[in-house]
Structures are given as C-alpha cells and as structure tokens.
Design a protein around this ligand. Structure first.
Ligand SMILES: O=C(CCC(O)(O)[C@H](Cc1ccccc1)NC(=O)c1ccccc1)N[C@@H](Cc1ccccc1)C(=O)O
Ligand SMILES: [Zn+2]
Length: 587
C-alpha cells in the first residue's frame, strides 16, 4: 500500500478542509435539536449524523490505504485518529441509523421529563426540581420528587437502553475494540487505566468515609434517626441533589462554625440582580485576567444562556465547538445560584480549550484526555470560590479571614468535591460492566444499587425493582456521555491548581490560593491547552505540573486540615455495611 509522504500530506490537507464543513453541519443540526426538541428536528439530526458517520467511514478507509510506518510521529498520530471512529465504523447502515434513533429517543425522554405532584402540577428538572432539592427540608416532598423523576425518566427508558446495549457488546460496533467500554478507555492511552482510577479511588476513600459520617450524623439530627437504615447508609433524597452527587446545598446544616458568614453566595447574587449573562461575564473576566483568550463575539451572540419559554430544550449544560475556528457556544438553562456560577465556569473552560487549540489539525481539536477537558473550568473555580476572591468581586461583603471561616470553607469545598468522588467513579463501573456483558439487562438496577450502596453509602428512599432503571435518571446514561472523565478531572484539577499556584507565586496553604491576574499562570495553562490532543496526555501533564502520572496527593493536601477536624468530630461512627437496604427483588 501507499507509503508516499507527499500523497499522505495531500490526503491530510483534504481531510482537514472537508472535515470542518462536515462537522460544522453536524453540530448545527444537533444544536437545532438541542435548543428546540421536535420530531422534525430529531429526524433531521439523526439523518445528518448518519451522513457524517458514513463520511468518517470513507475517510477511515482511505486513510487505511496508507502505510504510515515511515511517516513522522505527528502524521502517524493523525492517521491513527482518522481511522479510530468508534461506532461510526458500523458497516450495517440500518443498524447505525437505529442506534442513533434510540439514543435521540432516550435524550428526548430525559430532557422533557417532568415530576407531577398532582394532576395539573408537573414541574421540569430545571429549574424547579433542582431548586426543590437545594432548598427543601421536607423529607416527604423530596421522597415524592426523587421517585417521580425516576418514574418519568429511567423507568420509561429501560427497553430503549436494552436495545442500545445490544449494539455495544462483542462483536462491538466500535471496530477494533472488545466493547464500547474498551473503546472509551482507549482515549486515556494506557492499558492500566482502569487499575489506575481504582487505585486513586481507594486512596481517596478515607476522606469520603469521614465526610459521609459527619453528614449522616448531622442529617439524623435534622430528620430524626427513624428514616435512616441500620446499615449506616444515608437515604439518597436527603443530600441536596437529585443524584446525591454533590452536597454543597446542605451547607447551612453542616457548617462547623455557623456564626461565620455563609459561603454560598446565591442570596447575594440574587440581591445584586445577577443575570445569566452577568454570570458568564464574571467567568470571561477571570480568563482575561490570566491573559487568556476572551469569548468571541459569536459566543455572546449565538449561545443559549437561559431556558427559552415556549419550547422544549436539552437543559443539561454543554459547550459546543462548530469547528470553524470562530463559532463556539454554551447551552445552559442558567439559574441565579452559586452552583450555576460554578457550572458557567465549567462550560467556559471547555470553550477556552476550544479557543486554545482551534489552529490544530481537526483530529487534534480535543482534550489531551477527556479528563483534561473537564478540568479547565473547574481549576478556575477553585480560585473564584475562595472567600478572598468572592470578597474581591463583591459577593462576600462581610468576610473576615480566620481559622473558623477557613474550616467552614474547606467543608463547603468538600461537600462539592469529596462528596462527588464515589459517584464520579461508580457510573462507568456500572457501564463498563454492562458493555462487557457482565451486567445483563435483567440485573441493571440491582448492579446499579450495589454500587450506589457499596461505594457511595446511599440507599434508595423507596423500594426499587427491575421495573425501574435508575441509571437512566442521570443525564449521561441516556446522553451516552462517558463519566469517568469527571473523576479523572477531580484528581487532575488539584494537580493543575497546585502547579498554577506555584507559578503565580502563591505562599501558604493550597486552599487559600487565587491565581486571578496571574499572566504567568495564564501563559503556562494556555501553552498546555493549545496542544489539544496532538501529544499523549502524560506529556501535557508534565509540561504544566512536572509530573507524568495522576496523583491524589494535591487533593489530599488541600483537604488535610478538614480531615483532621472530621476525624476528631466523628470518633468511630464511620462507614456502612455492604448489603443494600430496601432493594426489593422483582415484585
Ligand atoms: O455534566 C456535567 C457538565 C456538562 C459537560 O460540560 O461536561 C458536557 C456534558 C456533555 C453534554 C452533551 C454531550 C457531551 C457531553 N460536556 C461538554 O459540553 C463537552 C465536553 C468535552 C468537550 C466538549 C464539550 N457535569 C457533570 C459532573 C460535574 C462536573 C463539574 C461540576 C459538577 C458536576 C454532572 O453534571 O454530573
Ligand atoms: Zn464538562
């Protein structure tokens, strides 16, 4: 076959030109559906997605005709990525069409789901049910909403997911991989990736167990011990979030020193009449302070920063690259809360990455690994959410720096970051076992609750059965979006934060660092982001931090003062038993 470098370069040039228009068209069709869910838009999106998949197949076949062994590393990497197209490689076009239809059907069920409290009183997840979980302390109402959401989403998807599942097990439709999970893990370019994340999770478990014990004890006081199972689990509807994945809305119940000012600035944002646009301007201002690239005109002009009236949209936040080097958008049903301020930074982090690597060849316009993409915005938030910075931008007027506020702040951050770790880890433990064929459709929910009980120490507030499909109540399952990337991001973002704080000249404990206005930190971060996925992620990590492996040490150092406090407060009432309370077998 063809080892001619000249011809190979011409092929890559053609690929880069045509792929930009092809992917741009695909993103526009997806955007139209995401911002206006109708049957017509869904059909159009599936049609364009199929055309894009077939074009990718054609390019992969043409790339396969080259013998790349004599090409330079960058060319070899481009050819590898042009051929590595996952499910798009499915040669049975009817099956491929069916797969894309099933996925868009599940996405519609999730995004149009509503919880009904009475005949004509049905509420969507965003903003109504989310606000309920953040603000209500009415255990009965929370229990109804918890069950209602799962009845309206997961329960309605079980058969669709079973069909989807049939495409993902061996012989996997992602050519060259044992199953879809193997394809997803291949993006981390290390064959020990699953052991690596398991090692990190085990290392971080003690922090989580201490936080879990402290929160359980406080919630027992709040709601009475009677609704807590003897096994030590926390009923999942009491943790301030529909999926119990982050507990920061419980801050008012959990501050060690309640006399100090509350660090959740939601009220101050509302008082100062913050708008969705203002929230994104605060984030844009931070990137500008680092000398990084500000949001282009199209971003402000074409993004969807709040839920539109009168039509159904996919409210789950996302960032969009339209692959023409200047059109980048965020879609977020922004509510005026601190959590949405954090989400806005998260989404803008994706956009900043797009902007930094926009001149790369198209196949390198991606994160160094998926965890890198998820970490960018969160690293900025680690500075923004410090009391010092919130005070600087006028959201925490009566702030006094002292030890008690320090512990309160670390508690607030732990409720967001430490609480998340088992959840971020377990979703793809479940999915990888499903894709491997280890977890059968008849055991979807049992396997899910074994992980939720075993690793997260939460229990279902109402009995569950295999009529339910609780994984489907979390966006990323119907959205078919991998999740281990967030667990990886939560480890990496503290490694990035530690490195950037060093470059910014910060002295003192890591949790008080704010890199605002540090052009040195901005330069270092930009240099790493601009590489995209043109080199293996360990090289990118080394450029920014000097390390070549993921390490939980910076995260553990950050929270060390809180761990000491929790150990003293908890005594030996720590942990939970492995058997799952109230998981009823099929009725
Ligand atoms: O799901 C998200 C944020 C959405 C997103 O920005 O990660 C989004 C997810 C998504 C949506 C549709 C299609 C694909 C992925 N990801 C992006 O928009 C994205 C990611 C990589 C590159 C380009 C865009 N966060 C997770 C976890 C999390 C992360 C950080 C803070 C809180 C919570 C969650 O809410 O459970
Ligand atoms: Zn993200």
């Amino acid at each position: 076959n063809n080892s001619d470098v000249e011809e190979a370069s011409l092929f890559l040039e053609e690929y880069n030109n045509v792929s930009q228009t092809t992917f741009n068209r695909n993103m526009e069709a997806a955007w139209t559906f995401n911002t206006n869910i109708t049957n017509e838009n869904q059909k159009k999106m599936v049609e364009v997605q199929l055309e894009t998949d077939l074009w990718q197949q054609e390019m992969a076949n043409r790339a396969a005709a080259f013998n790349t062994s004599a090409f330079n590393a960058t060319m070899q990497r481009q050819f590898y990525k042009i051929k590595d197209i996952g499910t798009a490689a499915m040669t049975d076009h009817g099956k491929l069409q069916k797969l894309n239809e099933v996925l868009s059907d599940m996405e519609s069920i999730y995004s149009t789901g509503k919880v009904c409290f009475a005949e004509n009183d049905c509420k969507p997840l965003d903003p109504d049910i989310t606000r309920l979980f953040e603000t209500s302390r009415d255990e009965q109402k929370l229990r109804i909403a918890w069950k209602g959401w799962r009845d309206q989403t997961g329960r309605k998807m079980r058969d669709l997911y079973t069909t989807f599942h049939s495409f993902c097990v061996y012989p996997c439709v992602c050519v060259g991989y044992a199953d879809t999970g193997a394809y997803w893990r291949s993006w981390y370019e290390m064959d020990t990736f699953d052991q690596e994340v398991k090692r990190l999770f085990e290392q971080l478990k003690p922090l989580y167990e201490q936080l879990h014990a402290f929160v359980r004890q406080r919630l027992k006081k709040q709601y009475g011990a009677a609704i807590f199972p003897q096994t030590g689990h926390i009923p999942a509807h009491l943790l301030g979030n529909m999926w119990a994945q982050s507990w920061n809305s419980l801050q008012d119940l959990l501050m060690p020193f309640p006399s100090k000012p509350i660090l959740d600035v939601t009220e101050e944002m509302v008082k100062q009449k913050y708008t969705p646009r203002k929230i994104f301007e605060v984030s844009d201002d931070f990137f500008k302070s680092l000398g990084m690239i500000e949001m282009p005109f199209e971003f402000w002009n074409k993004s969807m920063l709040e839920r539109p009236a009168g039509r159904e949209v996919v409210c789950h936040a996302s960032a969009w690259d339209f692959y023409n080097g200047r059109d980048f958008r965020v879609k977020q049903c922004t509510d005026i809360t601190m959590d949405h301020l954090s989400t806005a930074h998260h989404e803008m982090g994706h956009i900043e990455y797009f902007l930094q690597y926009r001149n790369q060849p198209l196949v390198f316009r991606d994160g160094a690994n998926p965890g890198f993409h998820e970490a960018v915005g969160d690293v900025i938030s680690l500075s923004v959410e410090t009391p010092k910075h919130l005070n600087k931008i006028g959201l925490l007027p009566n702030y006094v720096e002292d030890n008690e506020t320090d512990i309160n702040f670390l508690m607030a951050m732990a409720l967001q970051k430490i609480a998340f770790l088992p959840f971020g880890y377990l979703i793809d433990q479940w999915r990888w076992s499903v894709f491997k064929g280890v977890t059968k459709a008849s055991d979807y929910n049992k396997a899910w609750w074994n992980l939720r009980c075993g690793l997260q120490g939460v229990s279902p507030p109402v009995p569950r059965s295999e009529e339910d499909f609780d994984p489907g109540a979390k966006y990323h399952i119907p959205g078919n979006t991998p999740y281990i990337r967030y667990f990886v991001s939560y480890v990496l973002q503290f490694q990035f934060h530690k490195a950037l704080c060093g470059i910014a000249g910060h002295n003192g404990p890591l949790h008080t660092c704010d890199i605002y206005n540090s052009s040195a930190a901005g330069q270092k971060l930009s240099a790493m982001l601009s590489k995209g996925s043109s080199q293996v992620w360990t090289e990118s990590l080394k450029e920014l931090t000097g390390q070549t492996t993921m390490s939980a040490q910076p995260l553990m150092d950050y929270f060390q003062p809180l761990l000491d406090y929790l150990r003293a407060a908890n005594g030996d009432e720590v942990g939970w038993s492995d058997d799952c309370p109230s998981f009823a077998d099929p009725l």
